[in-house]
Design a protein around this ligand. Structure first.
Ligand SMILES: *Cc1c(COP(=O)(O)O)cnc(C)c1O
Length: 321
């Protein structure tokens, strides 16, 4: 089948990211291994530049702009990690960036995005259509719109996280990956299945936001309402037209975890591994640590996708149980 990305695209992305993205550490924990009966290897994208793997995809996409695209600039809409990823990448590459953010986005995120030198344009998420505003900017100013997951260059960039993990750890029986719109898992699945055809690639979504699980089981894209979950990076309503075919071809299954299980997992990383992992970043780990997937006797790669969370909210979530 002809998928939108292949292994060579991920290797090319790795070459573009060399010396720019962090080669993040792989962490292990005796407690985690004892609890699950497995050997778990955590790829710490919470320690990536700007705090999440999204830097990989954004930088890979922006670094392939033509000279005209670079001059006209990039536009992105996001209230989360993609905004900061595009803002940082554009600063590093000298490309002007406009980020559309909802008026009710956390001030910390607006400040961080402006701090990277991007222009933030606010819109009312209840009255205005961000895609229409983005497309208008793209048409009027010739700017290039870079979406958070549904773009082959973004997907290929995200796949470099799994490429590095396999390069460092060698064989894996299972690779667990957080799933929002499926950019991360589609890139990681291409990297993993190329190097390790027998490795099972398993996605993990919030229980309330299982659009990809439903789509995979139904064999077609399923749209859901905006899900209510603390995993704010996975509040997507449907997989993308580029990501879904890759997921259908290469992902073995998609499981779900509850918000409660995400909180226990955040607590585990804080107490046992001294790491701040945001709720969405805990999805994949929660499937193993909370016993949703039986991983006994297995060698398991787990992507910790990000660590950006407001400390007040972090404290409230951990203090609340
Ligand atoms: C965006 C994001 C995800 C989901 O990634 P997709 O490519 O949309 O599946 C997971 N975790 C974090 C921390 C994110 O920022």
């Amino acid at each position: 089948m002809n998928l939108s990305i292949n292994h060579a695209d991920i290797q090319a992305a790795a070459a573009r990211l060399a010396g720019v993205a962090h080669r993040t550490p792989v962490a292990t924990s005796h407690t985690a291994n004892e609890r699950t009966g497995a050997r778990l290897f955590f790829k710490c994208e919470n320690l990536q530049r700007m705090g999440a793997f999204k830097f990989r995809g954004a930088y890979n996409a922006l670094s392939q702009f033509t000279p005209e695209q670079r001059r006209a600039g990039v536009v992105a809409f996001s209230s989360g990690n993609h905004a900061q990823a595009v803002a940082l990448s554009s600063r590093l590459l000298g490309i002007p960036a406009t980020i559309l953010m909802p008026t009710d986005a956390p001030q910390m995120k607006i400040d961080a995005t402006q701090g990277y030198g991007a222009e933030v344009q606010l819109f009312d998420r209840y009255k205005e259509d961000r895609e229409a505003i983005g497309r208008k900017l793209a048409d009027e100013r010739g700017m290039t719109l870079i979406p958070p997951f549904d773009h082959p260059h973004v997907m290929a960039g995200q796949g470099t996280a799994a490429l590095e993990l396999i390069d460092e750890i060698g064989t894996l029986d299972v690779l667990l990956v957080c799933v929002g719109g499926g950019g991360l898992i589609s890139g990681c699945a291409v990297a993993a299945k190329h190097a390790l055809p027998q490795c099972r690639v398993i996605g993990v979504e919030p229980e309330a936001g299982n659009d990809v699980q439903q789509s995979l089981r139904r064999g077609e894209v399923v749209h859901i309402d905006v899900p209510r979950t603390i995993a704010d990076g996975a509040q997507t309503q449907a997989p993308g037209r580029f990501t879904f075919p890759v997921i259908q071809a290469l992902v073995d299954d998609v499981l779900t975890v509850t918000d409660q299980q995400l909180v226990s997992t955040m607590r585990f990383f804080a107490e046992r591994m001294k790491m701040v992992v945001e709720p969405t970043g805990c999805l994949a780990a929660a499937a193993a640590l909370e016993g949703v997937l039986d991983v006994r006797e297995k060698k398991v790669g787990v992507i910790l996708s990000g660590g950006n969370i407001d400390v007040t909210r972090y404290a409230a979530l951990l203090g609340g149980s």
